[in-house]
Design a protein around this ligand. Structure first.
Ligand SMILES: [Cu+2]
Length: 390
């Protein structure tokens, strides 16, 4: 097909198409890409990009010089009648010293930049806001443990809110398999490891405040294979103005009204939602929380905190948009919407604590003793959406 066109003398069109394709591919990153290390919107991400680009160009120049030297040598010293044996330089002391010292110098300079940046980023900035990020299968839990000196804890999922320009100190952990937390436009990537705490800094550009709210959302992704739904384990970060953040934070501290709790109880009694989900106003005990090194526990954390789900834009590892329809489908048959158990009903009736065996949310359409109807799922979904605080 392509050849036929060429033969008919229209290679220009093909060329134009090719060029367009390349430009389109290259342009994918242009300003609309919210998940790119090449478009940093935070200090750490920018520092990382700059050091990467610096090293890239050093390596590129060296690489090109070496290629040129090889080509030059191959041509200049090729076998020709009369020069069977070119001049030998084996054991040439000056040369040997030069090609030992030069790379060592280059690496030392690169090393100085790298190490000073590592130290810079490894230090907890003074007055930082502290947030613990737990990787779960397959979603993210955010615990705000220190905000403006306050230690009132906000627990939320999948959507990180941070005020622009303020230093944030993230503590990464896991209570299951390993994950890796990465919001490329804002900061570097580090692993969430069970039994070990990692930290990263995040400082979103203050300039972002010139942007409308819709341009202050950034995407991320779990970057460490963590089971079947790993690819669905996404994350969003919203960079707030100071006021937006304060309003959001205050709203997240509130509980459901007693009327709301009473209404929810009738479903909760059947489907035990609150045995896996933290609901402020309905919180139970702490037994499900596996805590490391004095971190504040989340009362119930097998699933995300549902209290303020309605204030988020997405759910289930930020995979689905928060709409009535999506939420209804999820509550009715979550297993069909996550690759966790190959769509099979969960095979662990006791939801054993601290066991990775049994992950995800049950399919309530198959709930033993009381199969959920779609109408009921819709009612619950609507109820959850009605708990919007802002
Ligand atoms: Cu993961």
């Amino acid at each position: 097909m392509l050849q036929a066109k060429m033969r008919r003398g229209r290679p220009m069109k093909l060329k134009a198409l090719l060029v367009l394709g390349v430009v389109a591919a290259a342009g994918c990153g242009a300003s609309t890409n919210t998940q790119s290390t090449f478009e940093p919107h935070g200090k750490i991400a920018r520092d990382d990009k700059n050091i990467f680009m610096g090293f890239f160009w050093v390596a590129a120049v060296i690489g090109v010089l070496i290629c040129l030297a090889v080509v030059f040598a191959a041509i200049r010293f090729r076998e020709r009648p009369g020069n069977e044996n070119p001049k030998q330089i084996h054991g040439h002391t000056q040369l040997e010293i030069a090609w030992t010292i030069l790379p060592a110098l280059i690496l030392t300079v690169m090393g100085v930049f790298t190490v000073s940046m590592i130290w810079d980023q490894a230090a907890k900035p003074a007055g930082a806001m502290e947030i613990t990020v737990t990787g779960k299968q397959w979603w993210w839990q955010f615990q705000y443990t220190k905000v403006d000196g306050q230690t009132k804890q906000v627990v939320t999922a999948n959507e990180l809110h941070i005020p622009a320009g303020k230093p944030i100190w993230l503590t990464l952990k896991s209570d299951n398999v390993n994950h890796s937390f990465w919001i490329p436009a804002l900061a570097g990537k580090k692993d969430n490891i069970d039994g070990h705490l990692n930290n990263i800094q995040m400082i979103a550009d203050i300039d972002l405040l010139k942007q409308p709210e819709s341009k202050r959302w950034f995407d991320g992704q779990c970057a460490q294979y963590c089971g079947l739904s790993h690819a669905d384990m996404r994350v969003k970060a919203k960079v707030d103005t100071d006021d937006e953040f304060k309003t959001w934070y205050a709203s997240q501290l509130t509980s459901w009204t007693s009327d709301a709790v009473a209404k929810f109880k009738k479903w909760d009694d059947i489907y035990t939602c609150s045995s896996c989900h933290y609901i402020q106003g309905l919180a139970k005990d702490n037994t499900d929380a596996k805590v490391q090194s004095g971190e504040a526990p989340v009362p119930i954390n097998r699933g995300p905190n549902l209290t303020h789900l309605a204030d988020r834009t997405s759910f289930a590892g930020a995979k689905y948009a928060l709409t009535l329809d999506n939420l209804t489908q999820w509550i009715y048959d979550a297993q069909a919407h996550s690759a966790g158990e190959f769509g099979k009903p969960m095979e662990c009736p006791n939801y054993q604590k601290d066991k990775v065996l049994c992950v995800g949310m049950p399919a309530f359409k198959d709930w033993p003793g009381h199969k959920m109807t779609m109408a009921e799922a819709k009612e619950i979904a609507q109820f959850l959406l009605d708990q919007k605080s802002t």
